[in-house]
Design a protein. Structure first.
Ligand code: AGP
Length: 368
């Protein structure tokens, strides 16, 4: 076949390891390295200045990329973003303002609910922009503007490299929106683009946590439930971590915003519960640390994914601390996605499931 597993046991492993390269390709398509500016490959048929609200619509992992995109666009563009899963968006008859923008995110470009949502948005008279991996797909063909992810063919049912490439495109959109709306200066843009240019190297460094994660997976595989926590852009990553683990290892997992812990899920915590905390040393780090203390006080087993500074400052006993590279930018989700994916992958391998073709699932969901 055209695509093989090279020396990997599963497509998923190969696709996780390809990420520094394909995210780098995607970066090169959206950024002008020489001037350190965003350079979208197509001219947008609208001006971000005229957009009052963006709707982002997708399913599954693509919707979690969209969730991160919402945080970035709101932060850099000061532009309100609504995020919906396509199966809800298409039937709730969301009121859309003519001339606003809807963004559809899909690896395959064939997901039935996302396609139906796109058709609804077009009929409502909003601009439609799709972030798709398959350039010849139906969603790409029917969208007003297409921004392609250059992940290459993704074979594993669990989406990995498509996700991080989607994040790269959404980061470019967010910075472009900030620039167009006068919220970011040229200097801000240069600083943010420098941060994006660092990402492939940081993702490669994140891959070196694999031996440690392989060991951790043997521990996780003994459990029936796992909780994932994160704040800010690490919150959608907590949702993604839980989805990935469920999908391929069949271990039940829940992702929560760390601040929601005391509104219910804390009742689940006892000395048997592994709690994966995704917490780069960012603006909300201290808040996440206090949530970790609440988990520790109830005997929960904390698996902390952070950077060197976070590891030094987290005043909590963790079972395992996975130390990711220090990074100055707001683009941590692309780097933290790596250990999150590796943990799901290695746990599934320990469980002996069919990693690339998990039960009950299809690579692209073309039926409702
Ligand atoms: C991800 O691991 C899942 N297999 C699934 O959630 C997937 O992301 C979703 O079905 C969306 O697919 P698409 O990106 O092809 O539209």
């Amino acid at each position: 076949s055209l695509v093989d597993k090279a020396n990997y046991r599963h497509f998923m492993a190969k696709e996780i390891h390809e990420q520094p390269e394909v995210v780098g390709h995607t970066l090169a398509r959206y950024v002008d390295m020489a001037t350190e500016r965003i350079a979208l490959p197509v001219k947008l048929p609208f001006d971000f200045k005229d957009i009052q609200r963006i709707s982002i619509v997708a399913c599954g992992t693509a919707s979690y990329a969209g969730y991160v995109g919402k945080y970035w666009i709101e932060r850099f563009g000061r532009l309100p973003v609504e995020l919906d899963v396509a199966s809800e968006f298409r039937y709730r008859e969301a009121p859309l303002r003519k001339g606003d923008l809807a963004i559809f995110i899909s690896q395959s470009g064939e997901t039935a609910d996302t396609l139906a949502a796109l058709r609804y948005a077009k009929a409502e008279g909003v601009h439609t922009l799709s972030v798709v991996n398959v350039a010849t797909s139906t969603i790409a063909r029917e969208s007003e503007t297409v921004l392609q992810t250059l992940a290459g063919p993704e074979i594993g049912v669990a989406s990995t490299k498509a996700f991080t490439c989607q994040l790269m495109v959404l980061a470019a959109i967010a910075v472009a929106a900030g620039k167009a709306r006068g919220e970011l200066s040229d200097a801000d843009e240069n600083r943010l683009v420098k941060g994006l240019v660092e990402i492939p190297r940081l993702m490669a460094a994140a891959l070196s946590t694999e031996p440690q994660i392989e060991k951790l997976a043997r521990e996780i595989a003994k459990h029936k439930d796992v909780v994932y926590l994160g704040r800010g852009t690490s919150y959608p990553l907590a949702l993604e971590g839980a989805l990935k683990l469920k999908e391929i290892s069949y271990i039940h997992a829940e992702g929560y915003a760390a601040g929601e812990l005391k509104h219910g899920p804390i009742a689940l915590i006892d000395e048997n519960m592994p709690v994966v905390v995704i917490a780069p040393h960012d603006k909300v780090f201290e808040k996440t640390v206090s949530n970790m203390q609440e988990v520790a006080a109830r005997g929960g087993n904390i698996i902390l994914m952070t950077d060197a500074r976070g590891a030094a400052e987290a005043t909590v006993d963790s079972l395992v601390t996975i130390v990711l590279p220090d990074m100055a930018s707001a683009f941590t989700p692309m780097v933290y996605a790596v250990p999150v994916q590796l943990l799901a992958y290695h746990t599934a391998v320990v469980m002996g499931t069919d990693v690339d073709q998990p039960r009950n699932l299809a690579k692209s969901v073309t039926v409702e």
